[in-house]
Ligand binder design. Structure first.
Ligand SMILES: Cc1cc2nc3c(=O)[nH]c(=O)nc-3n(C[C@H](O)[C@H](O)[C@H](O)COP(=O)(O)OP(=O)(O)OC[C@H]3O[C@@H](n4cnc5c(N)ncnc54)[C@H](O)[C@@H]3O)c2cc1C
Ligand SMILES: *[C@@H]1O[C@H](CO)[C@@H](O)[C@H](O)[C@H]1NC(C)=O
Ligand SMILES: *[C@@H]1O[C@H](CO)[C@@H](O)[C@H](O)[C@H]1NC(C)=O
Ligand SMILES: *[C@@H]1O[C@H](CO)[C@@H](O)[C@H](O)[C@H]1NC(C)=O
Ligand SMILES: *[C@@H]1O[C@H](CO)[C@@H](O)[C@H](O)[C@H]1NC(C)=O
Ligand SMILES: *[C@@H]1O[C@H](CO)[C@@H](O)[C@H](O)[C@H]1NC(C)=O
Ligand SMILES: *[C@@H]1O[C@H](CO)[C@@H](O)[C@H](O)[C@H]1NC(C)=O
Ligand SMILES: *[C@@H]1O[C@H](CO)[C@@H](O)[C@H](O)[C@H]1NC(C)=O
Length: 535
């Protein structure tokens, strides 16, 4: 009886509390917003007024600006939290002003460059927030004599590759495969692609940077010091400041490279080929990179099977490639007909799945509609080859839950020559390959979402015996909130931060926290998986 009378009472009290808190929060955030906007316009020079950069929800272009760089429908539904405003910075002073004014008026910022964050952390938050959008900062300035370039954080990888090709056929840069990813997030999270066995990660080829710190100062490598310069190359930029641009060292490639794809179904012996691939992929010549892409396929209307596509790049010509593969990986059955020679820049289109002969201007394409499908990524590191029986049971799981794909990326070469503490990215020697898991779906709604997220997590659990443990390592650029998350509305819990921090950074997590304590002791730059200051 008691509980029955108490229950609605408690409910209505909490409803009222909720209502009041919503009203208070709304009016608080709208006055914070007014103050922020006023402060921002005071901080911008008359020659570059911030007013031209601001989109509030009242502006009819607000949603299209918001969604222009929103690459996961999971976080762009009508009910997803929206920013109070978007500052599409047009000038360095807008970045400085956004930081100072948000800090002064108790607002958080989300920094966005290309918007590919796998958990949408550059454009959603559970607290009132401003998006600082860097897409206008997209210049690429190449000094081909010196073999270096300054690349702004909003420049996409496609624009970087295209700009290099405009200056030289024998220069390249080692970074990711998707042309619409931007360097702001990609480089600060490591940045890998098919040149990593030869040249390492993007961060292994960065020689300077410009960053705006919590005090609004613009720092370069010299003025920020080696600790902060170390931290932003792989530790995630958004815990430390806003990166304006990077100075990179270009790599040398042959005038033509060779690419190929070989597809094998399980019926055609894919299991054996994958088993062999695990054994030799890290030992292959550094100039050769072969990724295995694993997906479920419909053999006929009813029967499902698994197909593995081996996609390769070789920094040389077909005549040199064939004997190399024949010697160490004859199981692949690579034939001259599978191979195509082309300039390196064309190979970036080939790897991004464009048809042969596509004009390289396609690298500058901005997706007209944001990617309106939902996805969840996760990652793992494999240190011992998975047995043939292990592979077979993995295929079974995939077939049963036909929504997960995998990409297996071999390490070795340069990746194993760089020490684990050289940059915050710790996954170097001892790793055979990196697994990316990609679960994707088209259906809307929370039930579908929970269904697919459940499968994604179940597969991750299923993979436990095959992958790294203590810690189970993960790649920051495949950000995964299942590894632990702090709510920016609460005080940061160190135990939670450790749970994701150790997986992404292993022993480097400690040094990242000590850098954070020095450059942002009050933790202004914080988000669900940021580096907390040391207590
Ligand atoms: C389709 C697809 C393909 C991918 N392919 C690869 C790949 O081949 N190799 C690889 O390594 N990764 C890959 N990734 C992962 C990708 O590198 C990361 O998601 C990366 O962080 C995206 O950078 P962004 O600037 O586009 O994203 P954003 O969402 O804008 O940023 C990602 C993170 O970086 C922070 N950030 C962004 N800009 C700045 C800045 N200027 N200063 C400080 N912090 C900043 C954001 O706040 C956020 O935390 C891929 C992701 C997708 C969705
Ligand atoms: C929206 O904001 C932009 C940038 O501040 C401005 O140029 C534009 O005029 C605004 N549009 C409307 C309809 O208010
Ligand atoms: C799977 O591989 C087989 C054999 O190579 C091929 O015939 C089939 O088209 C592939 N399926 C898909 C969906 O690519
Ligand atoms: C589909 O293929 C399997 C084996 O590959 C075969 O046993 C089955 O009969 C086929 N089904 C149909 C409907 O063709
Ligand atoms: C592969 O190597 C074997 C010897 O190891 C040789 O007999 C065979 O002709 C080679 N095949 C190709 C396609 O080079
Ligand atoms: C490479 O790109 C150039 C420039 O767009 C194009 O003319 C050429 O046909 C491409 N070559 C291949 C092999 O794709
Ligand atoms: C997925 O859902 C099933 C059925 O509801 C449940 O038993 C299982 O624990 C869930 N798995 C995960 C990883 O959430
Ligand atoms: C932190 O905040 C979130 C939502 O903002 C809430 O769900 C959670 O319970 C809070 N407390 C802790 C200790 O994380």
């Amino acid at each position: 009886m008691d509980t029955i009378t108490k229950f609605p009472f408690t409910l209505s009290i909490s409803l009222i509390t909720l209502l009041i808190s919503v009203l208070v929060t709304t009016s608080e955030s709208s006055s914070s917003l007014e103050n922020f906007l006023q402060c921002l316009s005071n901080h911008s020079p008359p020659s570059n007024p911030a007013s031209n950069a601001i989109y509030t929800p009242k502006n009819s272009s607000f949603l299209s600006i918001l969604h222009m760089h929103t690459h996961n429908n999971r976080f762009s539904s009508p009910t997803a939290p929206k920013p109070l405003a978007i500052v599409t910075s047009l000038h360095e002073s807008h970045v400085q002003g956004s930081i100072l004014c948000a800090n002064n008026h108790g607002l958080q910022i989300r920094i966005r460059s290309g918007g590919h964050d796998c958990e949408g952390l550059s454009y959603v938050s559970d607290v009132p927030f401003i998006i600082l959008d860097m897409f206008h900062h997209d210049s690429v300035n190449i000094d081909i004599e010196k073999g270096t370039a300054w690349v702004e954080s909003g420049a996409t990888l496609g624009k970087l590759y295209y700009s290099i090709a405009m200056k030289s056929k024998v220069h390249a840069f080692p970074s990711g495969v998707c042309p619409t990813v931007a360097t702001g997030g990609h480089f600060s999270g490591g940045g890998y692609g098919n040149l990593m066995r030869k040249f390492g990660l993007s961060i292994d080829n960065i020689i300077d940077a410009k960053i705006v710190d919590v005090n609004g100062n613009i720092l370069d490598r010299k003025s920020m010091g080696e600790d902060l310069f170390w931290a932003i190359r792989g530790g995630g930029g958004a815990s430390f400041g806003v990166i304006l641009k990077w100075k990179i060292k270009l790599a040398h490639v042959t005038p033509k490279v060779t690419v190929f794809k070989v597809k094998k179904s399980v019926e055609e012996g894919a299991t054996n080929v994958v088993y062999q691939w695990q054994k030799i992929a890290t030992k292959l010549h550094k100039d050769l990179f072969i990724r295995a892409m694993i997906e479920v396929t419909n053999v006929n209307g009813t029967q499902k099977s698994v197909n593995v596509t081996f996609i390769g790049i070789f920094l040389g010509l077909i005549d040199e490639l064939l004997p190399l593969v024949n010697k160490s990986f004859h199981q692949l059955g690579l034939k001259g007909d599978d191979c195509i020679e082309m300039p390196w820049v064309n190979s970036t289109l080939y790897w991004a799945n464009y048809p042969i002969g596509t004009r390289i201007e396609a690298l500058l394409d901005v997706p007209k509609d944001p990617l309106f499908y939902n996805f969840k990524t996760m990652s793992d590191y494999v240190k011992k080859p998975i047995s043939k029986n292990g592979l077979k049971s993995i295929w079974k799981f995939l077939i049963k839950n036909d929504c997960v794909r995998m990409e297996w990326n071999p390490y070795g070469g340069k990746m194993h020559e760089i020490s684990a503490s050289e940059t915050p990215f710790p996954h170097r020697e001892g790793n055979l390959f990196l697994i990316e898991y990609l679960t994707s779906w088209g259906e809307d709604g929370v039930d579908a979402k929970n269904h697919y997220l459940n499968i994604s997590q179940s597969f991750y659990e299923f993979m436990t015996p095959y992958v790294s443990n203590s810690p189970r390592e993960a790649f920051l650029n495949y950000r995964d909130l299942n590894l632990g998350l702090n709510y920016p509305s609460n005080a940061t819990r160190l135990d939670i931060a450790r749970s994701y921090g150790i997986k992404y950074f292993k022993n480097n997590f400690q040094r990242l926290m000590s850098v954070k304590s020095k450059v942002d002791p009050h933790n202004f730059f914080r988000y669900e998986q940021s580096i907390p200051p040391q207590k």
